[in-house]
Design a protein around this ligand. Structure first.
Ligand SMILES: Cc1ncc(COP(=O)(O)O)c(C=O)c1O
Length: 394
């Protein structure tokens, strides 16, 4: 394969929406990926949290291959048995509710917003409050909900009815709530925003306020969901329940799928004809989703995420003691961030050169989210690379 020609094709034929590294990934297995030249990399940010079980997990691959031979797509004016099964699995693992299936995080956020608007319409409630620093996706409503102005620039006029307040600031939130408030939507750990963790008291109080004032509480678990933080869903660390939860990314173990779960009474607001998604809940996507649940159970991946997460955290703390450039380590389970006292991009790029894939967000936060089955030896190797990079370059 001619890498330069491929890059030229991208330049000529693919819209330039992404900043890409000159790396052509052709294969993946577990925590590793291979480039077109046969070099392997340790992937500690697999698919931006999509490949939560690692690459080519055998349980997911087997389920997809089996389903491929049966039927790929069943339109939603008929039943497909896997959609019902996956909906049941999600509800049994979370709270008693009903599921709507779609294909991505932003599409799930759109569904949650539409649900909140329709639910609130009879009560003249339509406003949705979200947090500064949040990220909810790139469709027009999701990007308006996102509490970072840079993502909205140039796209006006934007949908109305979205208010943003500082994250982890209860007073600011209380001041914005009014009789038009239909929903409060937030990530429990802001991923793209720099691994900012919501406080326990803050979340408890938001739950109390929502119940008291008849406001929907929506948790965006697109990145935190599916065992990432050491619980199946991050809200389970907080001992509260949302009214609506949005899932995507690793729900399909690499296969595109999105979903929202809403408490039963609220879910029934989305009556026939109010919302739809042609590809949503296809047998193939649901086969992948069911395989993800099975793989997590069989592989004891929740325990692994807790144990390896604690080990990784400890190792990162050691690096922090060694290098002044590291200001803080944040996160839960296998969703960790290192806030630096300087730009993170050179470190991220030096790691890539040495064969370690991580992410840099918010210009100075390194985001590290290895797959749920990550091994101690892989963590040690990744820490070794980070150590070398920090020692040599900073
Ligand atoms: C918390 C959160 N919500 C929503 C989204 C949007 O998901 P998607 O890119 O699948 O539309 C993302 C993507 O990074 C995310 O992290």
């Amino acid at each position: 394969m001619d890498k330069n020609k491929l890059i030229q094709d991208y330049k000529r034929y693919v819209m330039p929406t992404y900043t890409r590294e000159p790396l052509v990934i052709v294969k993946g297995k577990g925590s590793r990926v291979w480039d077109a030249g046969g070099r392997d990399y340790l992937d500690f940010f697999p698919g931006w949290a999509v490949s939560g079980l690692g690459h080519a997990h055998p349980v997911v691959v087997k389920a997809l291959l089996l389903q491929l031979k049966k039927i790929m797509h069943v339109p939603n004016n008929y039943y497909n048995e896997l959609q019902g099964k996956l909906a049941r699995k999600i509800c049994e693992a979370s709270f008693s509710g009903k599921v709507f299936f779609c294909n991505s995080g932003a599409e799930g956020i759109e569904a949650a917003i539409k649900l909140a608007r329709l639910w609130g319409s009879a009560k003249s409630k339509f406003e949705i409050i979200t947090m500064e620093g949040s990220f909810h996706g790139r469709t027009l409503a999701a990007v308006t909900a996102t509490g970072q102005p840079k993502y909205r620039q140039g796209f006006a006029p934007l949908p109305k009815g979205f208010l943003h307040v500082p994250f982890n600031d209860l007073g600011a939130l209380k001041a914005k709530i009014n009789k038009k408030t239909a929903a409060i939507m937030l990530e429990l750990i802001q991923g793209e925003g720099g691994i900012n963790v919501a406080g326990a008291h803050y979340i408890k109080e938001i739950r109390r306020l929502c119940s008291q004032k008849n406001i929907l509480l929506i948790f965006d678990e697109v990145q935190t969901g599916i065992a990432r933080t050491g619980r199946m869903f991050c809200y389970q660390h907080y001992n509260v329940q949302p009214d609506v939860m949005v899932l995507a990314k690793s729900l399909g173990g690499g296969f595109p799928i999105g979903a929202i779960v809403a408490r039963k009474k609220i879910a029934d607001t989305l009556a026939a004809g109010t919302h739809a998604s042609t590809f949503g809940g296809s047998p193939l996507a649901c086969a992948a989703g069911l395989a993800v649940f099975e793989a997590i159970r069989k592989g004891r991946l929740l325990t692994n995420a807790q144990r390896q997460g604690a080990y990784l955290y400890k190792k990162l703390e050691h690096l922090k003691e060694k290098y002044r450039i590291i200001k803080e380590i944040r996160g839960m389970g296998l969703m960790l961030g290192l806030e630096l006292r300087q730009e993170g991009r050179p470190i991220y790029q030096a790691c890539l050169k040495k064969g370690l894939l991580i992410n840099c967000t918010h210009s100075n936060v390194l985001r590290i989210m290895p797959q749920l089955g990550v091994k101690i030896s892989e963590i040690d190797k990744a820490i070794g690379i980070l150590d070398k990079v920090l020692k040599r370059e900073f």
